[in-house]
Design a binder for this molecule. Structure first.
Ligand code: ZN
Length: 569
């Protein structure tokens, strides 16, 4: 103990000398007079923070940090506002999301009438577009949960239209688009998904899962320049929401090259990691390409491709998620279990073992409880085969989970990667009917997973969600109510979590979820200065006001990447 005290004394002397010495390096930026949540624990708060270059160099009281102010230091008066580490969205499809920003953005629409209005306006504003594309409709807009081409035919009869559901798992084409794609009553599709047909055998215009590829191959593809422009626009939008890091949940080498180009041009304003999509038809050559990217030295603090993304099932709304027991709202049959594995299970298990051995982190989309179970089984088996290592494999979504499987996450070191916005009660009507009363308590079971010791990571799954805004995600995590308060007691309220746990899932834990816990996710000396200044204190505002929180400033790598005009330093 004595020598410990001695070291402390020496350290204090050095610190004092350092701070009083006029030649000591001063900070580039200091943020004073605030409430900085450092992310070290639920209650780790300091008043002030100092940044030099791209790193945090000091945290503490105003008095401590003021000592680091030099002639050219930018001093930001926080006026008691909250600062948190930047949001790290652990599950996003950033290119497709960014592309929506230049197509018909239906994500914010809440009814069929609204959807039609936005679509029509978009078509009128873009008379030169040969195709009308968009994304964001919800299953609940349509009687029976499934849309029909008739909703589009009267609206835009003369141009092809193809619009995807908010989750991306179902698409809707108008008659013109079906005609151009050559799809009629005789067209067959045998892969994962379905061309939905009516009782007379006519295509309804709806396409489930992989069958959407029949349409996407005739929709004109964006040029690389258009994609880069979309990503630039997307980064601006994400920065305005306080997002400083993203983990792409599926991608290919082409998409990775876009980020590489932006990185080379020093245009990245957030840090990216990539999970490359592996499907049944992925070739050994594709895998070799992923391995060579993973092994690149590169600049992993900005860009890395270290993960693989699988999909073992689909979504509950269209009955393509693989459930242990039959869906509650369709006749009991074995349709889903026989037909809707996203990838044949044997092939999946073999690929998991192979890619685990290569050292990849694995993400698997699994929404139904049987899908989740089989994913955990495959991870467990791969660990047995390939021996111990720090894997941090993840299951994405987990909308339904069996009680027996909940403790397996912590036990196997597997991370639940979930999206609180998917449990917004305004969007779960069709979902709930398919799941049925009895299974509801096991829906989006964040609290049960936390209680069982799992490291929960959060993202939005944009654009497969109603909003990219992390405040909407936090709101949903803490309240399980819509922003206008439905239902009054919360939807399955026992699965609500605290604001600190929700923030951790979006910062500290998501950094752990991409092996970056030693560089980001906390605001402590030596960590990257990726942070957000908030308009109000998320820890103390009434929980129903969380969603109203505005981002006033976002910094990445010590640089301002967004500032709200209302914020005066
Ligand atoms: Zn996704």
């Amino acid at each position: 103990m004595k020598s410990f005290n001695f070291f402390i004394a020496i350290a204090i002397v050095f610190l004092t000398i350092g701070c009083n010495n006029p030649s000591s390096p001063s900070a580039d930026t200091v943020l004073l007079n605030g409430k900085v949540w450092t992310g070290e624990s639920d209650t780790s708060f300091v008043e002030a923070i100092a940044i030099e270059g791209n790193k945090v160099i000091a945290i503490g009281t105003d008095a401590d940090v003021k000592k680091l102010i030099g002639d050219s230091t930018r001093v930001i008066d926080l006026k008691n506002r909250l600062v948190t580490p930047g949001f790290n969205d652990a599950h996003i499809h950033f290119l497709s999301g960014s592309m929506i920003l230049s197509s018909a953005d239906l994500l914010s629409t809440t009814s069929l009438a609204e959807m039609k209005k936005v679509l029509l306006e978009y078509a009128q504003k873009n008379p030169g577009k040969p195709w009308i594309t968009g994304r964001g409709w919800q299953y609940g807009f349509f009687a029976g949960g499934m849309p029909n081409k008739k909703h589009l035919d009267s609206l835009v009869p003369d141009r092809p239209v193809f619009i995807r559901a908010y989750d991306g798992h179902t698409g809707l084409a108008n008659s013109k688009a079906l005609e151009l794609a050559g799809i009629n009553r005789n067209t067959k599709y045998t892969g994962f998904g379905e061309i939905v047909k009516d009782a007379n055998g006519e295509p309804t215009g709806a396409f489930l899962e992989g069958a959407q590829s029949l349409m996407s191959k005739v929709v004109p593809k964006a040029t690389q320049q258009e994609q880069l422009d979309a990503l630039r626009q997307g980064m601006k939008y994400a920065a305005s929401l306080g997002i400083t890091s993203m983990q792409n949940a599926n991608g290919d080498v082409e998409e990775y090259d876009l980020y590489r180009t932006l990185h080379k041009n020093k245009e990245l304003t957030m840090r990216f990691s990539m999970g490359f999509s592996v499907r049944d038809n992925t070739t050994e050559k594709d895998i070799a390409d992923f391995i060579s990217i993973k092994n690149e030295k590169g600049d992993p603090n900005w860009l890395k491709g270290h993960a693989i993304k699988f999909m073992v099932d689909g979504v509950i709304e269209s009955h393509t998620a693989v459930m242990l027991d039959p869906y509650s709202d369709i006749p009991v049959d074995d349709r889903m279990q026989a037909k809707h594995w996203g990838i044949p299970l044997d092939r999946y298990r073999q690929l998991v073992a192979q890619l685990d051995k290569e050292g990849f982190q694995l993400y698997t989309h699994a929404i139904g409880d049987l899908g989740v179970r089989e994913t955990l089984n495959a991870y467990e088996e791969a660990a047995k085969q390939n021996g111990a290592r720090e894997r941090r494999h993840r299951v994405e979504h987990i909308e339904q989970v069996q009680a027996d499987d909940i403790p397996r996450f912590a036990k196997l070191g597997v991370l639940p990667s979930m999206q609180p916005i998917h449990a917004d009660p305004g969007t779960v009507d069709v979902w709930s009917k398919a799941v049925g009363e009895e299974r509801l308590p096991r829906s989006f079971a964040w609290k049960s997973l936390l209680n069982a010791g799992a490291t929960l990571v959060y993202g939005a799954d944009w654009p497969a969600c109603i909003s990219l805004n992390p405040m909407r995600g936090l709101h949903s995590a803490v309240n399980r109510r819509t922003t206008d308060g439905r239902p009054p007691n919360g939807w399955i309220p026992e699965q609500r979590i605290s604001i600190a746990d929700a923030l951790k899932a979006y910062t500290v834990n998501s950094a752990y979820g991409s092996f970056d816990e030693n560089t980001k996710g906390k605001l402590i000396p030596g960590f990257f200065a990726d942070l957000v200044i908030h308009s109000q204190d998320l820890f103390t505002v009434p929980s129903m006001d969380i969603h109203k929180t505005q981002v006033l400033m976002t910094m990445v790598d010590g640089k301002q990447v967004f500032k709200d005009p209302s914020f005066k330093e």
